[in-house]
Design a protein around this ligand. Sequence first.
Ligand SMILES: O=C(O)C(=O)C[C@]1(C(=O)O)C=C[C@@H](O)C=C1
Length: 117
Amino acid sequence: MSDPHAPAAAPRPVPAEILSLRESIDNIDAALVHLLAERFKFTRRVGELKAQGGLPPADPARDQQQIARLTGIAQASGLDPAFAEQFREFIVSEVIRHHQQIAREHQDEVPVLDTYS
Ligand SMILES: O=C(O)C(=O)C[C@]1(C(=O)O)C=C[C@@H](O)C=C1
């Protein structure tokens, strides 16, 4: 059992290689955020088009295509396919939430009355 009254040991210095690796990790995290921001811009537009066309927010057939494709890519690149699917599902569920919100806003829009027809 360690002495509870002993002064706290100085934290060990972080090795230079870890600091260098963290720079690359930070760059990748930034890239992921930029990529996700771009993806959500595109899916927002898909949501608007779906609302205009009366299509449902989710498309299970498209989901199945994505799962099959991304499972293959994950396997080929050494990423756990189950993790890849959890990540896809996490993103797509947020997209569907946006689409539902867009559909509600679309329904709330007051239709313009064409008094001349
Ligand atoms: O492709 C679509 O129909 C979309 O709405 C986009 C998207 C996605 O984020 O990739 C979102 C929901 C669907 O279930 C499938 C795919």
